[in-house]
Design a protein around this ligand. Structure first.
Ligand SMILES: Cc1ncc(COP(=O)(O)O)c(C=O)c1O
Length: 389
């Protein structure tokens, strides 16, 4: 039977990690891998996470199953962080998932089960979006969301996509910190999106993977909260990987904003049922850590403070990098105003390769860079290498 399989292509980012590791040149720079790094190039464990883990180690008295919906206290506290009080709590269904990816897959499975025709996806997007939706059997309609040479969101295209979508179609939206472009939607644009989604009867699926790493914890969900106040139904895929630094603990949740408690109950039972036939129940540890942090004022304050330090490091890096890059590309001054971990530079594949071979600067061939891969002391020098191509 195994001979019937064809070899699948390796993930190009994983291959890049291997090449970077093997490179022995001092001062090599990894702008490829999508994890936060500090000035020393490490992906740190939050102080509050360590403290919560110690507490859990001492107090946890069972490893029995948690339940198909996961940790209910975690879900309540995470929802409060995301949605605040914008929606009546009994109208919100939540299910804990293995990371944001697990939430996206459950969302896609739910859309398929509801008989949804498909989903609209602005490009470029996180490379896993399309494969996850395809795997769930959804049709994907795409439009160009971002113009790389001018570094601007093509808002007209997004509006045309929403106007062309049929009632019941799903629409993928990034809550903030757009991956991979860093492109920002203004408050006025979010209001226009919300009005259109409501008018056309579309189902928004909002991906929230970087809360706190763009403009701030509340600012990064302001557009989403506005949307929730206007539309009767929405799905949200939330990842705790970056905001809590819990990448390998696979921590996240899917939330559905519904229009009644009966509807929320139906959605919840379907999400739990879909999970049951896949991974059954989510892993406990990461959610227990998040629940402990959010439930303790002191840990929560410390977590938010550390997250803010990370955010400020990246906004500083963005400013230094943009300053240098604009000497060759006027439009790249925009990198300073973009948000989150990523930006997409207008580089050819040949230029990406030259940066790797001549300067030991690593990034995927798309030209997407992880801002957090830079050190403050080297940002200007790295910008100089880009502009000298
Ligand atoms: C936009 C976006 N959505 C979802 C995810 C999934 O995150 P997780 O690692 O929690 O599955 C990522 C991870 O990089 C992402 O960038």
């Amino acid at each position: 039977m195994f001979d019937a399989l064809t070899r699948q292509a390796d993930d190009p980012l994983l291959a890049l990690i291997g090449l970077f590791r093997k490179d022995e040149r001092p001062g090599k720079v990894d702008l490829g891998v999508g994890v936060y790094r500090d000035e020393a190039g490490r992906t740190p464990i939050f102080r509050a996470v360590k403290a919560a883990e110690k507490r859990l180690l001492e107090t946890q008295d069972s490893k029995a199953y948690v339940g198909p919906e996961g940790d209910l206290d975690f879900l309540d506290r995470l929802w409060q962080l995301v949605g605040g009080d914008i929606v009546e709590r009994s109208h919100v269904a939540g299910v804990q998932t293995p990371g944001g990816s697990g939430a996206l897959r459950l969302a896609a499975d739910l859309i398929a089960r509801m008989g949804g025709r498909g989903i609209w996806l602005g490009l470029p997007s996180w490379p896993n979006h399309a494969p996850i939706f395809k795997a769930a059997g959804l049709n994907i309609a795409t439009y160009d969301f971002f113009d790389i040479p001018s570094q601007s969101v093509i808002f007209d295209n997004l509006v045309s996509a929403l106007e062309g979508a049929a009632p019941g179609d799903a629409v993928l939206l990034h809550a903030s910190c757009h991956n991979p472009t860093g492109g920002v939607l203004s408050e006025a644009q979010w209001m226009e999106i919300a009005a259109l989604v409501a008018e056309r009867g579309l189902l928004p699926l909002v991906d929230l993977a970087y809360q706190g790493l763009g403009r701030g914890l509340d600012q990064d969900v302001a557009g989403l909260r506005h949307l929730l106040g206007v539309v009767p139904e929405a799905l949200m895929a939330v990842s705790c990987s970056k905001s809590f630094g819990l990448y390998r603990e696979r921590t996240g949740a899917i939330f559905a904003r519904t229009s009644s408690s009966a509807s929320a109950d139906r959605v919840r039972s379907n999400l739990a049922g879909l999970a049951r036939t896949s991974y059954s129940m989510p892993p406990d540890h990461g959610a227990a850590v998040v629940r402990t942090i959010l439930g303790d004022p002191e840990l929560r304050r410390d977590w938010a403070e550390e997250l803010e330090t990370m955010r400020l490091r990246m906004t500083g890096l963005r400013r230094s990098l943009a300053e240098g890059l604009r000497t060759r590309w006027q439009s790249l001054g925009a990198v300073a105003d973009q948000e989150g971990m990523f930006s997409m530079l207008p580089l050819s594949e040949a230029e990406v390769m030259r940066l790797r071979t001549e300067h030991a600067i690593y990034m995927p061939s798309s030209g997407r860079i992880n801002i957090a891969g830079l050190k403050t002391t080297e940002a200007a020098e790295v910008a100089g290498k880009f502009t000298s191509l």
